[in-house]
Ligand binder design. Structure first.
Ligand code: MN
Length: 438
């Protein structure tokens, strides 16, 4: 019994607003499906975040439909759960995956948590936010008791486990995971993770494309992007990592300004030798230079050879302190922003604006979130305290319900009322997350 396990395809992602990048995600997904068919597996499991959004575009829906039809033709069943990106946390709301049930998709949901495939139990639960950790644990226990009755069992789940997440951003601890499954088909973390757990294997196949530039990391260089083929035939679960080449390269170059003139032609030559235009993050550091002038040179030399250029500059003479700002430099947009925001909203807001600009201009969205959240909590502390009162109440509510009800009952009774708090919770959690983590 062999199956393919994939996750986090994020169909519909339009990175940096680029249509080409949206198409990259569709192309990579199709290539994964081709390779899965080639591998001649018995079935496929997708562990969530099929779509980037819980209201996917027609293009994204079609990309998934196409894959399903191809797998149908080959008589390969497909199992899937909703992840945090493609579920809707509202009572009665259905994830977009429901649309594909008539095309044979075996959707693992609170209503249909378990399936049997050739004697193997395939069960799971769609994404549960950390505010409902108790519900998650109880559901895991229920599924674990069912698994006891099977010779081979697979748990499908889209959650962050503490071992691979930053501090408070996980929904479950590794020690709380049920131990009796032969395979843990995980989704959510975008790095590749393979771990011996209990008597089985726990795998996060990772995202299928570089969803955030921070995923162009050590883990990617070592394990690539792709899926795994799992063999349950023997006593020991066997894993084969299958890498699928991505359509374009991501570069993260840092150039010393003193070597700028010799480095630029070398980079130009390298990127022009590539089949597809790459994504280029280019930082110029050190030395005494005008950012605007250097930017013009970079744009003129490399602009046409890359799909996306994100330059950043740190000359030695960079202006950071308010007192260093020279009105002669007023044409520098960074300085201009600082002065204007300072004048209108005060020094703290001025520094915040520069901090956000510096991070956002090089795509550090996660860092920008941390900075703005920190600013918010420093300046609006009273409101934060009110929020945590609200969260306290929510926790009490959920503890009360846990005693008697199943997840389904809980969702039915509470999601309507809890919707806003859940969103708040999710939002406040995001401040400590790194995109490396999911
Ligand atoms: Mn994801």
């Amino acid at each position: 019994m062999r199956f393919a396990h994939l996750s986090d395809s994020h169909l519909g992602t339009r990175q940096f607003g680029l249509m080409d990048r949206e198409n990259d995600f569709y192309d990579v997904f199709a290539k994964n499906i081709d390779k899965i068919i080639e591998k001649d597996v018995d079935f496929v499991i997708h562990s969530g975040d099929v779509f980037d959004n819980n209201r996917p575009s027609t293009e994204a829906l079609l990309a998934f439909q196409k894959a399903l039809l191809r797998l149908n033709e080959e008589k390969i069943p497909v199992y899937a759960i909703a992840g945090n990106h493609d579920s809707i946390l509202r009572k009665g709301a259905m994830p977009p995956l429901v649309l594909f049930k008539d095309l044979g998709l075996k959707l693992i949901s609170p209503d249909n948590p378990a399936y049997r495939e050739g004697g193997v139990l395939i069960c799971g639960i769609p994404y549960v936010p950390s505010s409902q950790g108790d519900v998650l644990r109880e559901k895991y226990n229920q599924l674990s008791r069912i698994a006891d009755k099977y010779l081979k069992s697979i748990l499908v789940s889209h959650q962050g486990i503490d071992k691979w997440m930053h501090e408070d951003t996980h929904e479950i601890e590794l020690s709380e995971m049920p131990k009796n499954f032969d395979y843990y088909a995980m989704g959510h973390i975008h790095n590749y993770i393979e771990e011996d757990f209990g008597d089985g294997k726990l795998v996060y196949p990772g995202s299928m494309e570089i969803w955030r530039t921070s995923e162009n990391n050590e883990n990617y260089r070592e394990h690539g992007k792709g899926f795994v083929v799992v063999d349950l035939s023997d006593k020991k679960t066997e894993i084969e990592r299958v890498k699928i080449d991505l359509p374009r390269k991501f570069y993260n170059e840092v150039i010393d300004y003193n070597k700028f003139e010799e480095r630029i032609p070398i980079i130009k030559k390298e990127i022009e030798s590539l089949e597809n235009k790459p994504m280029l993050d280019l930082s110029v550091v050190g030395g005494d230079f005008e950012s605007a002038e250097v930017y013009e040179v970079i744009k003129k030399t490399l602009g046409d050879s890359v799909l996306n250029l994100r330059p950043s500059f740190k000359p030695d003479n960079v202006l950071t302190e308010e007192e260093n700002i020279n009105p002669d430099n007023i044409l520098d947009p960074r300085t201009l922003l600082h002065i204007k925001v300072n004048d209108k909203y005060g020094k703290d807001a001025g520094n915040l604006s520069i901090n956000l600009l510096d991070n956002l201009s090089i795509g550090r969205v996660d860092d920008a979130k941390i900075i703005s959240d920190r600013y918010y909590s420093e300046h609006y502390h009273a409101e934060e305290e009110n929020d945590s009162d609200l969260n306290q109440n929510t926790i009490k509510e959920s503890e009360k319900i846990r005693e008697s009800d199943s997840l389904d009952d809980y969702l039915d009774k509470n999601l309507d009322a809890a919707d806003e708090e859940i969103n708040d919770e999710d939002y406040s959690k995001s401040k400590q997350m790194s995109f490396d983590d999911f």
